[in-house]
Design a binder for this molecule. Sequence first.
Ligand code: SAH
Length: 225
Amino acid sequence: MNPRSREQHHGIGMTSQRTRDRLIERLREQGISNERVLEVMRNTPRHLFVDEALAHRAYEDTALPIGHGQTISQPYIVARMTQMLLEHGTPHSVLEIGTGCGYQTLVLSQLVSQVYSIERIRALHEQAKKRLEDLKVYNVELRLTDGALGWPNRNYRFDRILMTAAASEIPRKLVEQLREGGEMILPYDSGRGQVLLRITRRGDDFETEAFEPVIFVPLLPGVEE
Ligand code: SAH
């Protein structure tokens, strides 16, 4: 690293603690009250999950492009969904659909024992894998496949499933991988806009609750090489 780039790096570090604190205050004002979620988000380096050219905006409460027509979710929505996942007790295992850059995956990995995450775009999957390895995150398993089909091992059952892309049909194979009493949080596209849903497994029944409107990229089929 030449001295100039070290200085620039240092510069990002210097502003980030202050801007991170400001982001956490903003999340609090918007109703995020789970202290564990707030603390993890304060300490998670979001700037490592966006292009260097966008790193100075990493602690703004906004979605940012990550290439391949995809985005890193807005911090508020990451906090909101994570808080919902923890609302009825801390889950042991979480399956995430839509790894993207891996930021939400990293947040989850600090709150639950085991995280599984699926991405359909090879380049994003590989980049997320490298980032999480560099950060020495060992309780995450990543797969390149179509998340609507569920985790490749059909015997797995998850405490929680988090979808970070919007579906217009609830993928049957996915909800079947919820354990009894397990919950899935997802953006659901009704055709008249997206809303956040929580689906709870009760035997063979699936109880559905709707929450606020949201905006996510669409869930797409197949794998993109
Ligand atoms: N969790 C990410 C959000 C990424 S955006 C974050 O922390 O910011 C949603 C991601 O879902 C995109 O990367 C997109 O490629 C992926 N995706 C869309 N359809 C999918 C599918 N069927 N299976 C797996 N991933 C999918």
